[in-house]
Design a binder for this molecule. Structure first.
Ligand SMILES: C[S@@+](CC[C@H](N)C(=O)[O-])C[C@H]1O[C@@H](n2cnc3c(N)ncnc32)[C@H](O)[C@@H]1O
Length: 178
């Protein structure tokens, strides 16, 4: 944990955020963004910066038994919260990863990366984008939804690793170009 460039927020901060997301999810169903990100049955999905896992759980239901969701977050409480949801909802296709960048996933193994409300928090954005490109299959989707998407859009495209294919409200879908 001491080698991380980014630092996890305090446990109280994470717990408060998780409680706020319970309210957020009542007003805005996480499934809507999963659909915007084009997640489908059988997909292998990486939910990067997954927090307490609202979008991981929604994605898990869409990908089904033939798919898989990798839920990655820098905060150790994220995996704890997600494991509780996995037990409560009897989900069998979610795996958690605690990291600030490198996921340990195989090259070219992921169909969709969802990265919602977190990219602005990352210090080393270039390295995260390289990691996303490494794990995505060719032509697979990186779906970003964040504050300051205009600024983020150019950072993503300027790497030469991704091309913007569509904007659906605040959700921007890119595909891996190389
Ligand atoms: C605002 S929350 C969003 C959580 C989730 N995507 C959602 O929308 O429900 C941002 C999350 O990103 C995580 N995070 C911040 N920097 C990170 C990094 N470098 N690598 C992985 N996770 C990170 C935080 O711990 C936090 O859980």
């Amino acid at each position: 944990m001491e080698n991380y460039i980014d630092k996890p927020m305090k446990n109280t901060g994470f717990r408060l955020m998780s409680a706020l997301f319970v309210v957020r999810d009542k007003f805005s169903d996480p499934m809507k963004k999963i659909k915007k990100a084009k997640v489908k049955r059988g997909d292998y999905v990486l939910d990067y910066g997954c927090g307490p896992g609202s979008f991981s759980v929604a994605a898990s239901k869409v990908v089904g038994d033939s798919g898989k969701v990798f839920s990655a977050d820098i905060h150790p409480l994220s995996a704890e919260k997600i494991h509780k949801k996995v037990l409560k909802e009897a989900l069998n296709n979610i795996e958690t990863i605690t990291t600030d960048c490198y996921t340990g996933l195989k090259d070219n193994s992921i169909d969709v990366i969802i990265c919602f409300d977190m990219f602005h928090m990352v210090n080393d954005q270039q390295n995260i984008l390289k990691e996303f490109s490494r794990v995505l299959k060719p032509n697979a989707i990186l779906s970003l939804d964040c504050h300051h998407m205009k600024e983020i859009e150019s950072k993503v495209v300027d790497t030469g690793l991704f091309k913007l294919i569509e904007k659906i409200d605040k959700t921007y879908n890119f595909i891996k170009t190389i």
